[in-house]
Structure formats: C-alpha cells, structure tokens
Design a protein around this ligand. Sequence first.
Ligand SMILES: [Zn+2]
Length: 336
Amino acid sequence: MSRVLRVLLTLVLGLALVLSPGVARAELVDIPYTVVRGDTGRRIARRFGLTYAELVALNEGHSLERLRVGESIVVGRGHRHVHRVHAGESLSDIAGRYRVSLAELQRWNVGLRPARLARGQEIVLYSDREEPPSESVGEVDDGSLVNGIALPPHPGYVVRHRERTFLTLEAADRLLHAFDRLRDEDEDAPRVQIGDASRARGGPLDQHRSHQSGRDVDIDYFYRRCRETCGHHRLTADQLDADRQWRLIEPWLREGAVEYIFIDHALQEPLYEAARRAGASRNDLSRWFQWPRAIDVRVGVIRHVPSHADHMHVRFTCAPHDTGCVPSDGRDPRHE
Ligand SMILES: [Zn+2]
C-alpha cells in the first residue's frame, strides 16, 4: 500500500478512536513533580532526562533557583490517565500497559503501596499513549471489553452493524493489517462483509455464545463471482475463492495471532489446497488445519464448528500485556 494510503488509514483509525464511545482520549497536559528535600533544578532536569534549559522552558515564569520542598514544578508533557485497578492487576501490569515505569507510578501517586492495590482504586499517570489501552477481560463466553474500538472503515470490507463490531485495539490492528496486506498483493480483491465482533463494552451478544471480550469477529467469505462486496452466503466448496481467502488469513496463522478460525469442514478442503499451493509446509498444514482429518477430530487452528458455511469466525489471541484475558486454547469449541 502507498504511504499516503497508510497515513490516511492511520488518520481514520485515529478518528474512529475519537468517535468510539468508551474510549476517551487523554488530554496532553503538563506532568507535575513535587520537589523533595535536596532537589535542585539541575538535579531534577538530569533525573528526567532534560537539559536545564529545557526544564526552565517548561517552567516559564517560575524560578528554579530556590526550590521549596513540596513545591510543584513541570517536568514534561504527557497524556493524563486515571486508571482504575482491576481484580488481580499488579502495579507492573499497569506500568506495562501505559509504558511508564514503576518509579513514575509511585512518584505520581504519593503513598501508593504496590502490594496493596484495591480493585477500583484510581491511579493517576502520565503517558505518551493518547488512548487508554484496550483490554479483553475474562473468557470469550464470559467476559467483557474495556476501551474497545469500533472497527474503523477500510476499503477492504464493509461493516454490517457498527455497534456490534467493537474489538480490542490489538485485534482491530491485526484485522486492518491483514486487509492492508491483501490489498497490497491483490488490488482487485472485492470487499467482504464483516459481521459481529463485540458490543462496545463486550458481554453477552445475542445469537452468540462467545464474542464477549473483543477478540472474536465473524467475516464473510470471498467467493467466486462475487461482485463489489462478498456478503453473507452459504457456500459449497467449489464456490469459495480459496486463494484469496488464504491470502487474508495466512499471516495470522504464521504470526500465531489467532487461537481459532472456525470454518465449515467442507470449505476447509479447497482452503487447504490453496495453502499448499502457496507453499505451506506439511508441518504447518497439519498444525493449522483440521482437514483432512474427520469432522469430529478436534485439532487444528482452523476447525469445524456448525453454522460456519456462510462466514468464518476468527478468534485472536490474548495480547501480551492483557493479563485479564483468559485464553480459550485447548477448550472444546464445539458450540459457539
Ligand atoms: Zn462468530
């Protein structure tokens, strides 16, 4: 994809973040610091990786020559977030999510005791992240979504119901990248329709058992003779546009980005052949596909679950920092 298009997409994603309910972008503000005994302007500047001139510039009209203990000065600019602690969350989890240090968290929250975090406790922090990190919480069939984003528009797909297409930022990113890549290699690819992901805050979604935690999404198939948009149609094996379908999902499999992709057993055969044509090794094929094993053999990332002849269901893995996310690997996904 051209750089211009990529920049545009970034803007669109940014706009989607601004417009999504539940995602408050944090204002860029001065980062305060409270002077302690022994501080001098020069020492403080050094501690925050600033030159003295930079520190002076940040504190225009405020003398740094005679600092008093307890006085507040400015040591940088950042996005101010108030994070509410979840059950089981540690201070280093929070530091990791927002890309700040433990020392910073303690400095911004005087009296904070890392071993005694209470659920719901508010932690003030300043981060270079504008949007709060999203989180997939709990299990796919008993979970929720925090700071999810509505899937932004993209030339590669149409979204059926915006209010049912929320994902974690990571999952949305993986989806967008896959469609970016597909367009790079295959300019003529038609659009596909995206069905349900999650609601803005996750939780139960009618007609689904899973889809509760922002990492499940239903995507219609590419099929032969599909015009501008490939919509919701029940397909037979010979109707699937398997090479194109494979191009879309292959990177997710290679990168270990998906726990499962539910695809009707009969549609797995042409997809398997497409994967083989595209150079997948015997090992990869065996790991990724249930096919050519029988419909009741519960192995493979790509596997049969009833009612997936008209769309595939993609379940992304938990993001590394997402400590409240419960993987569903190994559980029998027979009913979705
Ligand atoms: Zn689904």
